[in-house]
Design a protein around this ligand. Structure first.
Ligand SMILES: [Zn+2]
Length: 694
């Protein structure tokens, strides 16, 4: 603050406020139009601070530079695929989360309500263009007598598919007069969905090498077009902590989400110039592979079941035995067959007559089976852990199924510690009784003792943790291959490589000149940015330095990368076919080089990318590079705090920043007490405003 005031003074501004006054103005403005940073006591016992989600959404919707870009409806764009709202996931969004209404003229049409089309049809479940909508539910209620049609309140039930049975009507309720519940809540206002990409990562709070781990949650609006979604200024901060693990903070975030999904968040829509009710929805959970595994209650890449998406299984010594041992928990044969098919294609083995393409419906039902499998396994784990001697068995279950819930793990440890403390002289029956009492008093019941991810409506963590190309490709394949290449070279070849890199003209690739020395000498400690450059130039500098099969593998990788980093897909089916071929070729080349590569799970995970692109859109939309670079800002906040309560200080710091951003963008919003009129004509007026307020 002192430095800013000094800076302003040196531009000749007079009558500056003191630092204290400027601080209190900041505080006042924060209370006026900022968001709150709330103290949370997590279910695992840690204290952390969470910035309010509704406040952040309110600022986005009140931001005249951002708001016009945000979309709320899915779009049928045929084979063209560019934005998240054109992809399947948005179209298949849980119907209670998807935007439930459309406004036409002065009538609002809500889903699950009777309406009339301009051709006279009374309808509820057929497809039709919006312009055909003629009379909405409230209109029908008022005019049914005049028009001599039955009252839309008279709903007896819904015809079963075979048309023989009348099933109870549950989509709207008698209490709401059979109107959509959101219509009742909105009281004549529009109701829109606010879809998000939710991201979590662990980052160091220190600049130095000493690792000071902070877990942070960030999000961006998934309704933003791809050119906006990765701007650093569009990344929103929710919380960070060096104590609370990710799933504990996710619990707080989920509670906020649940509140919004039940009652909606009221915001001022700066474009429509009206209050609207927002329904928050998480489209996908992003992060690196270990984080995404944690979200999916999955054991991680090192487990025998190393894939969080399909539970593909690696081979081990007692494979036959373990297969029969785990049969009771993983008896879904399609899991095995699917997994083994992928396993085979991974290891370059001959395919039996080519794999049929999975349809979206098959994908959904497959994903649903995994979710049931995981939830059932967790339930069994809870029962097993509650028994004497359950610790070993529960551990075996984790290894045997690949299911691991770190949130539940906390409570499991509590139970095991209690069992350990019971004196061995106690009779067995009595001991079990003590354990049961302990659990009843100290452990939350199912399902609250499990990961909050299961409370997130419409989210399937096995499906909605998309392949993240930064970690799988740049920090995966490119890193593996580059390190391998460097270790193969003798000193003389290394010199050659350095010179080739440094003298390569990369200006047309939008890169700054390469530092050959660094890229070769420090091959073991390069960043994603370095690997991005390497991926583009490798074939041009390695051509005569590597054995033919390695070089072939590099070529296959270089062909794959530009396909993956495609911001706009012109024809989805053609694109996906090409991409699948490129992945197969890449895997074949890797196998031809050495099948050892397939010890690395990322060579399997990449196989799921085409499915995720169909589901979520181009891979760049959910690449985490934008979020990763945001980590530097979190670190800055951490470095400049006094380290006493980093979660609170960093949270408040970001709450201030988001308010400043909001004002600089000429943001508008409804304050609890009164309207905040257009405070600023342009951002430059901020300081004079501070003076005026003073
Ligand atoms: Zn898999």
């Amino acid at each position: 603050m002192d430095i800013i005031l000094w800076g302003v003074a040196s531009f000749g501004v007079r009558n500056l406020p003191s630092t204290d006054v400027a601080k209190s103005v900041g505080k006042y403005l924060q209370s006026l139009c900022g968001i709150k940073t709330e103290r949370q006591k997590g279910p695992l016992g840690h204290v952390y601070y969470l910035n309010e989600l509704d406040g952040l959404i309110r600022q986005e919707m009140g931001n005249p530079d951002i708001r016009p870009h945000i979309r709320h409806y899915c779009e049928d764009s045929g084979q063209h695929l560019e934005h998240a709202w054109q992809a399947q996931a948005w179209k298949e969004l849980d119907p209670t989360l998807a935007t439930p209404m459309v406004r036409k003229g002065n009538q609002d049409f809500f889903v699950h309500e009777l309406a009339r089309l301009d051709n006279g049809t009374l309808t509820n479940t057929i497809q039709f263009p919006v312009h055909q909508l003629q009379s909405s539910f409230p209109y029908l209620v008022e005019s049914c007598n005049l028009d001599q049609i039955p009252s839309p309140h008279n709903i007896l039930g819904i015809l079963s598919e075979n048309g023989c049975e009348c099933l109870p009507w549950t989509l709207t309720s008698f209490e709401d007069g059979f109107a959509n519940h959101w219509r009742v809540l909105a009281k004549g206002h529009e109701v829109l969905t606010f879809a998000m990409w939710l991201y979590c990562d662990d980052t160091s709070g220190n600049v130095s090498k000493k690792w000071n781990k902070h877990n942070s949650f960030l999000f961006t609006a998934a309704g933003l077009p791809h050119e906006h979604v990765h701007k650093e200024s569009n990344v929103q901060f929710l919380c960070t902590s060096n104590l609370a693990p990710p799933l504990e903070m996710l619990d707080g975030i989920t509670t906020q989400l649940e509140h919004g999904q039940k009652e909606g968040f009221w915001v001022w829509d700066v474009q429509k110039k009206a209050m609207v009710l927002m329904i928050p929805a998480v489209l996908a959970m992003l992060g690196d592979n270990p984080m995404q595994s944690e979200f999916s209650c999955h054991v991680g890449l090192v487990g025998k079941y190393f894939c969080r998406c399909c539970f593909a299984k690696g081979r081990d010594a007692n494979d036959e035995q373990s297969a029969s041992a785990t049969k009771d928990v993983a008896d879904d044969t399609s899991i095995h067959s699917n997994a083994s098919t992928e396993q085979e294609s991974d290891s370059g083995a001959e395919k039996k007559g080519g794999r049929r393409k999975e349809t979206i419906q098959e994908l959904i039902s497959r994903a649903k089976r995994f979710i049931t499998r995981t939830i059932d396994t967790l339930h069994n784990m809870f029962i097993t852990s509650s028994q004497l001697g359950g610790k070993t068995k529960a551990k075996e279950m984790t290894t045997g199924t690949g299911v691991k819930d770190t949130f539940f793990g906390h409570f499991q440890d509590k139970i095991f510690a209690f069992i350990r403390r019971i004196p061995h002289s106690t009779p067995t029956e009595e001991r079990q009784g003590l354990v049961d009492d302990f659990i009843a008093q100290n452990i939350p019941p199912e399902p609250s003792c499990f990961s909050p991810i299961w409370r997130m409506k419409g989210l399937d963590p096995h499906r909605d943790t998309p392949v993240e190309i930064l970690h799988v490709i740049l920090l995966g394949f490119v890193k593996y291959y580059w390190r391998d290449a460097i270790t193969r070279l003798d000193d003389h070849q290394k010199e050659t490589l350095k010179h080739r890199l440094s003298s390569l003209d990369v200006s047309s690739m939008g890169l700054s000149p390469l530092a050959g020395e660094t890229l070769v000498k420090y091959a073991r400690s390069l960043t994603g940015r370095d690997f991005r450059a390497i991926a583009q130039v490798a074939p041009f500098v390695l051509y005569d330095l590597l054995p033919a099969e390695c070089y072939e593998a590099w070529l296959a990788l270089s062909a794959l990368i530009p396909l993956v980093w495609q911001p706009v897909i012109l024809h989805l089916d053609t694109y996906l076919a090409t991409l699948e071929l490129a992945i197969q070729r890449f895997l074949n080349c890797a196998a031809h080089w050495t099948p050892r590569w397939f010890n690395k799970p990322k060579f399997h995970i990449i196989c799921h990318l085409p499915m995720h692109i169909r589901w979520f859109g181009p891979a760049m939309l959910y690449a985490t590079e934008g979020f990763e670079s945001f980590n530097a800002i979190i670190r800055d906040h951490s470095v400049h705090s006094n380290h006493q309560a980093p979660s609170r200080d960093i949270g408040r710091g970001f709450a201030q920043c988001s308010r400043v951003r909001h004002l600089l963008h000429r943001g508008l919003q409804l304050c609890p007490s009164f309207w905040l009129e257009p405070v600023l004509e342009n951002g430059a007026a901020l300081l004079p405003l501070l003076m005026v307020s003073t």
